[in-house]
Write a protein that binds this ligand. Structure first.
Ligand SMILES: [Zn+2]
Length: 145
């Protein structure tokens, strides 16, 4: 079994519209993330490299200095309210740490698909997102690419 692990951090804001607590107000975090990808043996390119560490870090770096929203937050998606290039629309009903982890997980699968398409390998992909020093969410799933 082989494993690739990358760490990245990013500053991003969000809010939970309708939530009965302080998280309904726009606020920010310095999020920290770890992506861990394992498979029996990674495919290699002509440089004997597998998945580029930078490609995995870039998934999280693309969230840096952005406002994380979901499609139903129509107010923050108005161009007169937030510059469109300053927001990232996450899937789901709220930009929770769970939604951030799901987003990163899906993007990891997309990176593997672009790098080594249709190899039919099973990858164990774990994404750990620390919203704060004390609040962490982990998603671990398999993907066949
Ligand atoms: Zn928060």
């Amino acid at each position: 079994m082989e494993t690739i692990i990358v760490h990245a951090s990013f500053h991003a804001g969000h809010r939970q519209p309708g939530y009965l607590g302080k998280c309904r107000f726009i606020h920010g975090h310095t999020w920290r993330g770890t992506v861990q990808v394992s498979t029996e043996r990674f495919p290699r390119d002509a440089h004997e490299m597998s998945i580029d560490f930078g490609d995995l870090k870039d998934i999280m770096k693309r969230l840096d200095h952005r406002l994380l929203v979901t499609a139903d937050d129509e107010m923050l998606r108005l161009p007169d309210v937030c510059e469109p290039e300053g927001i990232v629309v996450l899937p789901g009903r709220g930009p929770s740490v769970e939604a951030v982890a799901d987003y990163v997980w899906s993007e990891v699968v997309a990176v593997i698909q672009r790098r080594f398409p249709e190899c039919g390998l099973t990858y164990d992909i774990a994404v750990t997102i620390h919203e704060t020093d004390h609040n962490t969410f982990v998603v671990e799933r398999q993907a066949m690419v």
